[in-house]
Design a binder for this molecule. Structure first.
Ligand SMILES: Nc1ncnc2c1ncn2[C@@H]1O[C@H](COP(=O)(O)OP(=O)(O)OP(=O)(O)O)[C@@H](O)[C@H]1O
Ligand SMILES: [Mg+2]
Length: 471
């Protein structure tokens, strides 16, 4: 228990006559209460929390008095009834009433949660909700902590608030710009579990599936997070590793990057598809493709590295440090079932492939060559750690073990609470997405059905044909 909290309990009793709120904030020990404390606890505080409801009742009472003055008792009964009926019947006022009631209830619950979690200051202040928004997982609040306390205190109390509110979890994140503001997520449900049938993973359509031309240099929508926000990845200058157990949704996630590349007529896409079928639908827009042939895979990786060297020579000639849009297109190098190449039975060939891959990932970023790598468990014996550690984006779909999750996200992530083995086995496409400089986020990838892919590929070909006809 921190010093601040102990002091707050003792001083609260002495100054305004309230008992230590830690024990029973709603049922104080009356013996300790002064008249002002009693009024504060039993009249002012509840009235403030119920102010909207009290205002509504007073308003209706006023309407009743008006009715009585107009038509006696008949008017006093009929006029308030009419007001209520109209308010409930008209859709926008009904929506407004429900939203106001929900908001007031949420704030009452928050008040209660904070008081039980011993977050009350000596002036009887608690972290105040400044904004709230309903999101698929529950509620997202912007909260301001009272003077003398920190967002860290709120963070420490998150578990107690969650228990009081009877929700799955309460997450607290400090605002980047202001130390007194916190973004609080009250997680009530798993938005990625299909309520109609938990065994069926509901697909979320990709927002760009009907898009015309897009650019691979723009942020690409790849998933939604638990708050319903779309998660974007900016691929330019980055590489991504997608890992997870079989059928977890790795190839489906990779498809989104391929789809963005398909709709960017300037982008070039090279594929390594050990299974032969994962990139099959993308074949028409792939500039180069190899299948389960390690020798051909090495050859194609050598060509990619030669292309990279060519780009660096060009940059040197032009006195540039970055390969810009005017210098040439982004190349997306998509490797599915990476393990086949990186841990092939012929160790000499795998070693060669890995050396080329590491070089490509290490030096390819400024040359605008983006590696998108998917594999089941990228442990050290499957993907060299020297390669894995160079990759900025890690996307861990469901894994069988904590260790497997850590091999994708990085050592210590599971212990810190980011463990992809805890993802529901039925939740296909759900994973932890870790982008450099941020904490991993639990997200669900968009999904492209085969027909969507065919339509996107056809549009991509059309865009390329139109581009070359203009040139
Ligand atoms: N985001 C998603 N939304 C809904 N369903 C999904 C999603 N991602 C994947 N699925 C379902 O999971 C199945 C397996 O996905 P996918 O082929 O991408 O898995 P994988 O991890 O690549 O498997 P493997 O390791 O066997 O190659 C898909 O056929 C699809 O039915
Ligand atoms: Mg796959």
């Amino acid at each position: 228990m921190s010093g601040r909290r102990q002091v707050s309990g003792v001083q609260a009793r002495g100054r305004v006559g309230l008992p230590p709120v830690r024990q029973r904030p709603d049922l104080p020990v009356r013996a300790h209460l002064t008249v002002s404390g009693w009024l504060l606890l039993w009249v002012v505080r509840p009235s403030w929390l119920w102010r909207r409801e009290i205002a509504a009742v007073l308003l209706l009472a006023g309407v009743g008095v008006l009715g009585w003055w107009w038509r006696g008792w008949t008017g006093a009964l009929v006029l308030p009834d009419a007001v209520v009926t109209v308010a409930v019947w008209v859709p926008w006022s009904r929506r407004w009433l429900i939203a106001s009631w929900r908001r007031a209830r949420l704030r009452r619950h928050w008040d209660r949660g904070c008081r039980f979690a011993d977050l009350t200051t000596i002036n009887d202040r608690i972290p105040r909700v400044r904004r709230d928004r309903q999101v698929p997982a529950g509620d997202r609040l912007l909260v301001r902590v009272p003077r003398g306390t920190t967002v860290g205190d709120l963070e420490d109390a998150a578990e107690r608030i969650a228990a009081t509110l009877r929700v799955r979890e309460v997450r607290v994140a400090r605002d980047g710009d202001r130390a007194d503001l916190a973004h609080v997520d009250i997680v009530r449900r798993d938005p990625f579990v299909n309520p109609a049938d938990p065994a069926v993973s509901e697909a979320i359509p990709w927002p760009w599936r009907h898009a015309g031309r897009v650019s691979l240099r723009d942020p690409i929508p790849v998933a939604v997070d638990e708050m319903g926000d779309v998660v974007y990845l900016r691929l330019e200058g980055k590489n991504i590793l997608i890992g997870g157990e079989p059928e977890a949704g790795k190839s489906a996630a990779l498809s989104l990057l391929l789809a963005a590349a398909a709709l960017d007529p300037t982008a070039r896409v090279w594929g390594w598809d050990a299974k032969r079928v994962e990139l099959a639908l993308w074949r028409p827009i792939l500039e180069r493709i190899v299948y389960g042939d390690i020798g051909a895979a090495i050859g194609q990786m050598e060509d990619l590295n030669a292309e990279m060297d060519g780009r660096y020579e060009h940059m040197e000639e032009c006195g540039k440090r970055l390969f810009g849009p005017e210098d040439g297109p982004v190349i997306l190098a998509a490797v599915d079932e990476m393990r086949f190449y990186t841990a092939s039975p012929d160790r000499r060939e795998s070693k060669r492939f890995n050396a080329l891959g590491i070089d490509q990932t290490a030096r390819g970023r400024a040359a605008r060559i983006v590696g998108a790598l998917a594999t089941q468990k990228p442990s050290g014996d499957v993907v060299p750690t020297a390669w894995r550690d160079l990759i900025a984006y890690r996307w861990a779909m469901r894994c069988t073990t904590r260790d497997a999750s850590d091999t994708i996200l990085g050592a210590g992530m599971a212990a810190a609470g980011y463990d992809a083995s805890l993802i529901d086995v039925r939740a296909r496409g759900v994973g932890l997405l870790y982008a450099e400089g941020e904490l991993p986020r639990r997200v669900k990838s968009f999904y492209l059905a085969d027909d969507d892919i065919r339509a996107i590929v056809a549009r991509g070909l059309e865009l390329r044909r139109a581009g070359s006809a203009r040139a």
